[in-house]
Design a protein around this ligand. Structure first.
Ligand SMILES: Cc1ncc(COP(=O)(O)O)c(C=O)c1O
Length: 460
């Protein structure tokens, strides 16, 4: 593989202009001062930057490139579709063949009766649309007063104003309030909470008045921001029962967890609980071209079929023709190469290997499933006491890994892994080996010898 060579001058001009002319998503000047990386090529689970440096990507380009980079099958499908018809919108009564084939495919692989898709361009738009679908659904049923939304603390759903209204992480919301009225936040569910989070949600519904609630939106396994905590046994089943009892629509956000990452096609299948609406994005397209979808049951979709009752939503590019062609091929690869099964099998290996990191005095539990994992750094794993947050140990470990050719994502002192579904056992060994070296280096650098600095709060 021949990499394009850049002169020292063109490299420094690229970096200069990146900083001058682009506001990157969620960056600050301290991030940018760390020497911006400019990527030029990808191959499987590896990326190459303009310096020719190779990185092993443990987070699959923000949980998207699940079949790896440079899949010639997807490139050919895109090229063919470009030659046939690059784009025609899915507006009123117009469709394209890849769009129909993709909707048909989703109806086949999605759990239960989730079989009618509304195509959008991103995970945010999918959630934004799901909230609108729920509102209009109740209006169409003659219950326009059902406008409240129950979301959960610590969940992330979108970057749009409607979506951040239902996002339970204050950092994303703080400059934009007041947001949508009527959004309530139930507690985040945790494995050992004895279903107290479910009982609290039930009390919230009773207090608010069940007939005022339109929808409950949640990620069945919350995402990397909070370390992929699994729900307590009976929790998702209990939420489904509450929705059925009170006529509330249940939305599952599977933007992070969908398409094999948990070792099943969709995370909710681990508990056999099917929502009324599922939102998808990220790995859906394999990262090749943006696409998302809000997928609903026929019961929900039927409300939008009669004249005058059309779903009041739409966008020019939602369901872009070439994006659908790329996505169809991405899904075909997942099936053909048994990548969901690979995630399930390798997940058990990852779990066992990560637990060995507990030999280090600053490593607590590893949480996750399939190929979604989080390693919790803490001052005292026995009591769960967190590291001094002002040390930024997680950031230091992340930077060490990047310097040593591995893209690692962290959220404070939680290190997260979500590699592509094509990852091999050898690459898992390489990842966990480098993490171990990084943790050892951090222990030495910060002098964290078991009496680790503990002024910060509890991280767990
Ligand atoms: C669980 C979840 N939902 C929704 C979104 C929003 O998706 P997008 O960034 O494609 O708009 C994200 C993105 O990180 C996510 O993790």
């Amino acid at each position: 593989m021949e990499l394009v060579k850049f002169t020292e001058q063109s490299k420094s001009e690229l970096r200069r202009d990146a900083l001058a002319h682009i506001i990157p998503h969620f960056a600050n000047n301290a991030n940018l001062a760390k020497n911006p990386k400019v990527f030029i090529r990808g191959e499987g689970c590896y990326l190459y930057d303009i310096e020719g440096k190779r990185y092993l990507d443990t987070f699959a380009s923000l949980l998207t490139t699940i079949c790896g980079h440079n899949r010639t099958e997807i490139a050919s499908a895109v090229q063919k579709q470009m030659a046939d018809l690059e784009f025609f919108p899915n507006y009123e009564d117009t469709f394209t063949v890849p769009l129909i084939e993709l909707a048909r495919k989703l109806a086949r692989i999605m759990p239960g009766d989730l079989s009618v898709s509304f195509f959008v361009n991103s995970g945010s738009e999918a959630n934004e649309t799901a909230l609108k679908v729920a509102r209009q659904y109740h209006v169409e049923r003659g219950e326009p007063h059902r406008y409240k939304v129950i979301a959960r603390k610590l969940s992330y759903h979108a970057t749009t104003l409607g979506g951040i209204s239902a996002t339970g992480l204050p950092w994303f919301r703080e400059y934009f309030e007041p947001l949508l009225p009527g959004v309530l936040f139930a507690p985040a569910a945790r494995k050992n909470d004895g279903l107290s989070s479910l009982r609290e949600m039930e009390r919230m519904i009773e207090f608010e008045g069940p007939k005022s609630i339109s929808t409950i939106i949640m990620d069945p396994i919350p995402g990397s921001n909070t370390g992929f905590p699994l729900p307590p046994d009976g929790y998702l089943e209990g939420v489904r029962e509450l929705c059925d009892k009170h006529g509330i629509l249940l939305i599952f956000d599977e933007v992070q967890t969908g398409f094999g990452k948990t070792g099943k096609w969709f995370a909710c299948e681990h508990w056999n609980v099917t929502p009324d609406i599922m939102t998808i994005g990220k790995g859906f397209t394999g990262g090749y071209i943006p696409l998302g979808a809000t997928v609903m049951t026929t019961k929900v979709a039927e409300r939008f079929r009669a004249p005058g009752h059309e779903l009041r939503s739409g966008s020019t590019y939602g369901g872009h023709t070439v994006a659908c062609a790329a996505t169809l091929e991405n899904l075909a690869i997942i099936e053909r190469d048994h990548l969901v099964e690979n995630a399930a099998q390798l997940g058990q290996y990852v779990s066992a290997e990560l637990s060995k990191l507990r030999r280090y005095p600053i490593v607590g539990d590893a949480t996750g499933i399939g190929l979604l994992w989080a390693v919790w750094l803490m001052a005292d794993p026995a009591t769960g006491r967190g590291l001094d947050s002002s040390l930024h140990v997680g950031n230091w470990i992340r930077d060490w890994c990047w310097d040593h050719g591995m893209i690692l994502r962290n959220n404070g002192d939680i290190l997260v892994l979500a590699p592509a579904l094509i990852i091999t056992r050898e690459q898992v060994d390489e990842i966990i080996g480098l993490m171990a070296q990084a943790i050892e280096a951090a222990i030495e650098h910060f002098n964290l010898d078991g009496k680790a600095a503990t002024r910060g709060g509890h991280t767990g």
